[in-house]
Write a protein that binds this ligand. Structure first.
Ligand code: ASP
Length: 433
C-alpha cells in the first residue's frame, strides 16, 4: 500500500481525536478519562517540541550566521527580513479592518447576549487584563531593554525569552565571523553537527505527531465551552477566519509571483507545520517543524531559514495582528461605538506593534489586544465577549503566523539567491528512514 503523506496522517489524527472526544462526552466518565489518560500524551508531545526550540535557535542561528562569512550580507538580509515582516503585518491588519467593517459582526450581538457573555467570561477576562497590566507598567524603551539578556543560561531557560536567545545567537555568530578562520573552524563544526542532531530530533518527534494531535484535539473538545455561545459569536468568528483565508491567498500570490513556485508545492511543503500550529496554538512549539519543512521541503537554504524563521516566530504574527484588528472593531461595534478613520489608522499601528510584542504561545494575542483596545478607547470589558471562541481562533491565527513566516523566508531566500530545489523529493522520506 502507498504510504500516506504525513499531513494526511496528522489530519486523520486530528479528526479521530475530535470524533473520539465527541463519542466519549456521551458518558459521565468521558471528560475525566480524556483529561487523565489522553490529554497527557498531547502535553508530552507539545513539551517535546518546545524542548528543542531553544537549542534549535542557538544551533541553527549560530551556524547560519557563521556560514554567511561577512557582516554586510547579514545586515542586508536582516533589513530585508524585518521590512517584509512589517509590510505583511500592516497588510494583514488592513485586511482585518476591511473585513470587519464590511461584515459588521458586532451589530449581531444584542443587549442580552452581551450581558450573558460578560457575566460568563468576565472573570476569565480579568486574568488577561492583569497579564496586560503587568506588561504596561514599563517605559517606552522596555522592549529594547528586554532584548538584551543579562544571563544567557537564565534567558534560555524560558521559551518566552526567544528574542533574547536570538540576540545572543546573532551576537555570537557575528563574533565567530570576526575571529580567524582556523580558530572558528571547530566551533562552527560543533554547531553544524548540533544543528543536524536537533533536526533529526524533529524528525523523530514528528513520527508521533498523528498521535500527539489526536490527544490535543480530544482534550480541546471536552474543554470547549457550550455551543450556544459559539453560535452567538458566529459572525465574529467568520470575519476572523475569512480574513485569515484572504491572507493565505495573499501568501500564495506572493510565493507565485516572487519565487514562481506553485501553490501546491508551497502548501504541501508547509502543511504539517500548519496542522501542528493549529493543534498546538503556538508558533514557538511549531518552530522546529517549520524550520525542517522550509529547509528540506521548500528549498530554502539553511543560512536563510535559520535566521528568518526564529525571528519570524517571535515578531511576525500576521494572523494575530489581523485578529486583533477584527476583535477590537467587533467589540466597539458590540458596544455601539463608531470608530473614526483616524482611530482605525491608529489600530493599524497598535495592532502591528501588539502582534510583534505577542509571545508565540497560546492566548498571547488576546493579552496584547488589551493595548489596542486601550489606545482606541474601546471598553476592555469587551474581552469577555470574545473569550468563548478565542481558542479556536487562536488555532487558526497561529496557522497564518507560521505560514507568513514560511512565505517570507522563501521571498528572502529568493532575493539572496538561496532558494534551491527541496532536499526531499518524496514528501515524507525524512520521517521514516
Ligand atoms: N498563539 C499565537 C502564536 O503562537 C499567538 C496568539 O495570537 O495568541 O502564534
Amino acid at each position: 500500500m502507498k504510504k500516506l503523506a504525513l499531513h494526511w496522517k496528522i489530519l486523520l489524527g486530528m479528526l479521530a481525536g475530535v470524533l473520539f472526544a465527541l463519542l466519549l462526552t456521551n458518558f459521565d466518565w468521558g471528560a475525566w478519562f480524556i483529561g487523565d489518560w489522553i490529554k497527557p500524551f498531547g502535553t508530552i508531545f507539545i513539551s517535546s517540541l518546545k524542548l528543542i526550540a531553544i537549542p534549535l535557535i542557538l544551533a541553527a542561528l549560530i551556524k547560519g550566521i557563521a556560514d554567511l562569512k561577512d557582516i554586510s550580507s547579514l545586515s542586508k538580509m536582516g533589513m530585508r527580513t524585518i521590512s517584509i515582516y512589517v509590510v505583511t503585518t500592516v497588510i494583514a491588519v488592513s485586511i482585518g479592518l476591511t473585513v470587519v467593517s464590511l461584515i459588521q459582526p458586532g451589530k449581531t450581538i444584542n443587549e442580552d447576549t452581551r450581558t450573558e457573555l460578560v457575566e460568563a467570561y468576565g472573570g476569565d477576562a480579568d486574568a488577561k487584563l492583569q497579564a496586560a497590566a503587568a506588561q504596561k507598567e514599563s517605559g517606552p524603551l522596555q522592549a529594547l531593554i528586554d532584548l538584551v539578556p543579562s544571563n544567557i543560561v537564565s534567558a534560555a531557560s524560558s521559551n518566552r525569552n526567544m528574542l533574547q536567545v536570538i540576540f545572543f545567537a546573532v551576537f555570537f555568530g557575528i563574533s565567530l565571523i570576526l575571529i580567524p578562520e582556523e580558530k572558528a573552524k571547530t566551533v562552527k563544526e560543533f554547531f553544524d553537527g548540533l544543528n543536524e542532531v536537533i533536526l533529526k530530533m524533529v524528525d523523530l518527534i514528528m513520527l508521533a505527531a498523528p498521535y500527539g494531535v489526536f490527544a490535543l484535539m480530544a482534550a480541546l473538545v471536552v474543554e470547549a465551552p457550550s455551543p450556544d455561545l459559539f453560535a452567538a459569536l458566529a459572525m465574529y468568528g467568520v470575519s476572523v477566519v475569512l480574513g485569515l483565508l484572504l491572507m493565505v491567498v495573499f501568501y500564495i500570490v506572493l510565493v507565485k509571483v516572487f519565487t514562481k513556485k506553485s501553490p501546491t508545492f508551497f502548501l504541501q511543503g508547509i502543511a504539517p507545520a500548519q496542522l501542528l500550529a493549529f493543534s498546538t496554538s503556538s508558533s514557538a512549539a511549531t518552530l522546529p517543524v517549520t524550520m525542517e519543512r522550509v529547509t528540506e521541503h521548500l528549498g530554502v537554504e539553511e543560512e536563510v531559514s535559520s535566521f528568518v524563521l526564529p525571528i519570524g516566530a517571535t515578531i511576525n504574527m500576521d494572523g494575530t495582528s489581523l485578529y486583533q484588528a477584527v476583535a477590537a472593531v467587533f467589540i466597539a461595534q458590540a458596544f455601539g461605538m463608531d470608530l473614526s478613520f483616524g482611530t482605525q489608522l491608529g489600530i493599524i499601528a497598535t495592532a502591528t506593534l501588539a502582534s510583534i510584542g505577542s509571545a508565540a504561545v497560546p492566548g498571547a494575542g488576546m493579552v496584547m489586544l488589551v493595548g489596542v483596545l486601550g489606545y482606541a478607547g474601546i471598553p476592555e470589558a469587551g474581552l469577555a465577549l470574545i473569550f468563548a471562541v478565542d481558542r479556536p481562533l487562536d488555532m487558526c491565527r497561529t496557522v497564518i503566523n507560521v505560514t507568513g513566516d514560511a512565505t517570507v523566508s522563501m521571498l528572502v531566500a529568493k532575493s539572496q539567491d538561496k532558494l534551491g530545489d527541496p532536499k526531499v523529493k518524496n514528501w515524507d522520506d525524512t520521517y521514516v528512514k
